[in-house]
Design a protein around this ligand. Structure first.
Ligand SMILES: C[S@@+](CC[C@H](N)C(=O)[O-])C[C@H]1O[C@@H](n2cnc3c(N)ncnc32)[C@H](O)[C@@H]1O
Length: 233
């Protein structure tokens, strides 16, 4: 985070690229819950830029929440951003938010948090999820519970490529094949960042295949390989 010199009077920071891609998926007027907020930069930025009308910055630990509270005061956001100690969505109730953001956690934890809060199975609630690992588990298990993946973007952060996904519940239960679980909507994206995402995915799967020699992994590699940059078409 750093101060934006062009808006020094407001002294608001700029988000890093990973959080900016999450912010870009938030609909104007949303009531946001940022789960695992840590510093609360995202909810503060969303409210100060009039994108979210309110936000709950939530974390499972008191220490990050104290840092969140400090930043909320520092950037005069206390009228819009409140804090909450909560393990995932356990301390939230229906109607408190219509946009849940979970960024910077592993895919399994994100999946567990979403699937243990039945009230997010609502077509009026948007989920913006940015797993640091195991995006395939998020895609597989949310699809199997009736959520639709409606938007996905790749983003480079600290030398690695991550994915940011937008999901909305439709009730449409789907069992995806592994190709979709690993590639998601990035299959349609020709950006350099997504190319890096696919190359690193192939690298990961090839290493896994060296260990397990599983025919399923080989089949998946063969399906994804045409999208890798080592193939000249
Ligand atoms: C790496 S930080 C990510 C901060 C911010 N969301 C971002 O993407 O920059 C992960 C945060 O998630 C919190 N966390 C971990 N498990 C959680 C859970 N079950 N519920 C809520 N917060 C959790 C941690 O305390 C930590 O502050």
């Amino acid at each position: 985070m750093y101060l934006d010199n062009s808006t020094k009077s407001k002294r608001l920071f700029k988000l890093d690229l990973r959080l900016q891609v999450c912010a870009d998926m938030v609909k104007r007027g949303s009531k946001v819950a940022d789960i695992g907020t840590d510093h609360a930069y995202l909810p503060i930025w969303l409210c100060k830029n009039n994108i979210a009308c309110s936000a709950i910055a939530s974390d499972i630990r008191r220490e990050p929440l104290n840092s969140a509270k400090k930043h909320i005061l520092q950037y005069d956001a206390e009228d819009f951003v409140t804090t909450r100690l909560s393990d995932g969505l356990k301390e939230f109730k229906t109607g408190e938010c219509d946009c849940v953001i979970i960024a910077g956690m592993g895919g399994e934890l994100i999946r567990n948090i979403i699937l243990s809060a039945d009230w997010v199975k609502n077509k009026d609630i948007t989920l913006i999820l940015q797993p640091m690992t195991k995006g395939e588990i998020v895609r597989k298990d949310l699809s199997a519970e009736g959520f639709d993946l409606i938007e996905e973007k790749s983003v480079m952060a600290m030398g690695k490529v991550y994915t940011v996904m937008k999901w909305i519940y439709s009730g449409n239960i789907r069992e995806n094949d592994d190709f979709f679980n690993y590639m998601g909507l990035l299959v349609n994206d020709r950006s350099d960042t997504t190319q890096k995402y696919i190359d690193s995915l192939l690298h990961h799967l090839r290493n896994k295949y060296e260990g397990y020699k599983s025919p399923e992994i080989l089949d998946l590699i063969n399906k994804i390989a045409p999208y890798g940059s080592d193939i000249i078409d």
